[in-house]
Design a binder for this molecule. Sequence first.
Ligand SMILES: Cc1ncc(COP(=O)(O)O)c(C=O)c1O
Length: 382
Amino acid sequence: MRSKANALKESGIKVINFAAGELSFDACQDMKAGAIDAINGARNRYTPPIGLPQLRTRLAQHVSQRCGVPFAANEVAVTAGAKQALYNTAMVLLNPGDEVIIPTPYWETAPTQVVLAGAIPVFVDTKADDYRLTCKAVERALTPRTKMILINTPNNPTGTVYQREQLRLIAQLAFDHQLWVVFDECYRKLVRRPHEHHNIVSLFPALKNQTVLVDSFSKSQAVTGWRVGYACAPAEVIAAMHNLQGHTTSNPSSLAQYAALNTLIADSPHFGHQVNVFLDEQLLAACTCLGYVDGITCAPPEGAFYLFIDVSRKLGCRYLGTKIRDVDHLADLLLTEAHIAVVPGSGCGDPHSIRISYAVEREELIEGLTRFGQFMSEVVAD
Ligand SMILES: Cc1ncc(COP(=O)(O)O)c(C=O)c1O
């Protein structure tokens, strides 16, 4: 979608890009200051493969504080974004033939990493349960080969946030069956009021020894390109990640690490607050625009910055005489006819939905959703 949208843009067409998974903000000031100091201080050399000791110590303190469960520095690995933390996790914990429960819809990298590790993704559809994994659904999917459950909250692509009790029940089940839980909370700071993010270890401390927490600076500090995130896991898992990372990428960028350290030291709520106020307003505006569009429904937009829109009633219908074959075709038509780029849900395991990001400039949001509404109003039953 991105390359198709860029090709249209290059031909002079104004394309509104709802497909990006990042904020339209400049980077958080504390990240910038930390990186600039690191450049001026000539911090140009390799760091240890899984991060600066002082950053691992800070992260351990920070995670201990927010979870209310103690973590030590040797239980933290700094990685090139959450993506590397998740990849390392798959590589060090999964064996060929292991099964991993992945709630559908999913972030499209999740099953691919599992497959790269030789393991088997077991998809569990969450749509009927308000886009959240339930214990009943997990129980139905369990086999003797089940090794791991992946939870992502706030969720990409749906925007849903898991509630406290749901997480507690999943934690109990994982604990009883000795399953690993990979808890991807890289959107944890981006939650719409009055919803709250909950951490699974904080809710169920006994699960700490079978959990990998994954977090990132990418989304919350608007530095997706800088590549810095981290994993928290039992020390032996982190030691294995150290070996793996030491022979693959080595350390994440030293500059991004110093930036992250500076941000943790500053510990300012200012940027996060500003972003969430912006996203609250954006969501309100988006919902107002979408309220005029018939025949669509949306997953509960509680966090991250995505709207996951069910367009199943439009599939098989006609737009100006052209039959909309499937959700990929719809996304293509939205791009070529309405000049808006969206993510088709087919890549996220839901071929009935599209994902749009509302973390774009306000005027673009309104204009893009107006074009979306106009397009949809011209879609008629076959
Ligand atoms: C659910 C989820 N996890 C992890 C990532 C990876 O983020 P990063 O590697 O930029 O930290 C993303 C990025 O889009 C995501 O949506």
